[in-house]
Design a protein around this ligand. Structure first.
Ligand code: PFF
Length: 445
């Protein structure tokens, strides 16, 4: 293959913002707050942080190591580093297929967010009676045309950014939107906490109840942390391949994990107090943001219609951005592959991906069984399988010196050098065992 000149991210901040953009998404907004509440509040957060430190961060670092060491797309990365082994070539195929499947249904949810943003701007929730507001989501889901067109529009917006390239598309977009996203979520959280009755939501989230922690909570915490950090999907391998040689991988990985956790907690503050203030039972999944939250805007609209419309528009705008930066990272996996493997021009590669994911997404938008099937297959099986292969690859197939070389930048980073034995132990032994355990627990717990 002709040596291609690869793009790279500008610097540490750009790397963290792009990776955090991938990590921060719908997983933080609709799953994290609910899981925390269901599994013992602050007690679950402690477990979540431990799982992230002990398992997810080593997996994250392994993906970045594979990316940067190979300096190639997720598919070819494995075969390059294993001198063309057939088995690892197959793992490479998996790492291209998974993100495309996810992008197909993730962009349907992105389409709902976009639709709700438009509806907020036209004051739909303000004008709808609270008892009717949840039917808005149901009618979008059951309407073929609106659902499909919003999905295609959302995917198109993401595709435009990816077509712009790594530096001038993805990096520029995340540099502007990620800080904006944090500002938005803080504003919404402050507003949400100030509502009468909000304190119940705060205690739902943060009152530690260790009695609610069960073995299942550990499996949930790990699964959530994997999904939230975009692990096992080829995305971090691909972004890792754009990290410059002198960048500190451990710092970039920890920076991403910290931003992701911080955002998830802020999203909890933004959503749960408002949900409780409105007297709604919190629930997981799309219902939380597309039914409960509009209900809140609808109930407050009689007293403050304009404020209600503005806050709801900001809220759904934040969700659109969070979903876009994640979906962009999914598309980039395929784009890097098509450009490098078949020497396609980036816009053509992105157009092909748009057709593929757009088409599969239309099926997801029209048939909930396809949507649920894709989600189940990816989140419960394929993601874990690829994450397992990643840590086995770094821990057992790659040479230890090569891994050390990447993590410590040829032993020039003192802290990473000191921590390396622990990190390597986690990658080699603890992470594979933990991934296997969650995989098994998905079927028996
Ligand atoms: N991490 C994203 C979220 O929490 O919503 C989801 C995601 C994005 C998963 C990108 C995988 C991925 F490659």
């Amino acid at each position: 293959m002709a040596a291609l000149k690869r793009e790279s991210f500008g610097g540490r901040v750009a790397v963290i913002l792009a990776m955090a953009g991938s990590a921060i998404g719908l997983g933080n907004i609709w799953r994290f707050p609910y899981m925390v509440g269901e599994h013992g509040g602050a007690a679950f957060i402690v477990v979540y942080v431990l799982c992230t430190l002990i398992v997810s961060l080593p997996v994250f670092l392994s993906e970045v190591v594979i990316g940067r060491r190979s300096r190639s797309n997720a598919s070819q990365a494995f075969s390059r580093l294993s001198s063309g082994s057939r088995f690892w070539k197959a793992a490479g195929v998996l790492s291209i297929a998974i993100p495309l499947i996810i992008a197909s249904y993730y962009s349907v949810i992105g389409g709902w967010s976009l639709d709700f943003f438009f509806k907020s701007c036209t004051m739909t929730f303000v004008k709808t009676a609270p008892t009717q507001v949840s039917s808005i989501f149901d009618s979008i889901v059951s309407s073929g045309f609106e659902n499909v067109s919003m999905h295609l529009l959302f995917l198109f917006l993401c595709a435009v950014i990816v077509a712009g390239g790594v530096r001038s598309g993805i990096e520029k977009f995340s540099k502007v939107t990620l800080p904006l996203l944090f500002i938005l979520i803080v504003v919404i959280a402050i507003y949400s906490i100030s509502l009468p009755g909000a304190s119940k939501g705060v205690s739902y989230l943060f009152k530690p109840d260790f009695s609610q922690l069960t073995p299942r909570s550990f499996a949930f915490a790990l699964g959530q942390s994997f999904y939230s950090l975009s692990l096992g999907m080829g995305a971090i391998i691909t972004y890792g391949s754009y990290v410059k040689k002198d960048e500190n991988l451990l710092a970039a990985s920890s920076g991403t994990a910290i931003s992701d956790l911080l955002f998830a907690i802020l999203a909890g503050f933004a959503i749960m107090p408002a949900v409780f203030a409105a007297g709604i039972e919190p629930g997981a999944g799309p219902g939380l943001i597309f039914k409960s939250v509009p209900y809140i805007f609808s109930t407050m609209s009689s007293s403050l219609p304009v404020l209600s419309a503005v806050i709801s528009a900001l809220f759904f705008f934040a969700i659109v951005i969070a979903a876009m930066t994640s979906c962009i990272s999914l598309l980039e996996v395929g784009a890097a592959f098509l450009v490098e493997k078949f020497s396609l021009k980036r816009p053509l590669a992105v157009a092909i991906l748009y057709l593929l994911c757009g088409g599969a997404g239309v099926l997801c938008a029209l048939k909930s069984s396809v949507f649920d099937g894709f989600d189940y297959l990816c989140s419960n099986i394929l993601l874990l399988l690829l994450a397992f292969l990643v840590v086995i690859f770094v821990g057992w197939v790659m040479k230890k010196e090569d891994v050390e070389d990447e993590v410590t930048n040829s032993r020039t980073i003192r802290q990473a050098d000191k921590l390396f034995p622990v990190i390597y132990f986690l990658i080699k032994w603890i992470a594979p065992a933990a991934v296997l355990l969650i995989f098994i627990s998905n079927f028996i717990l």
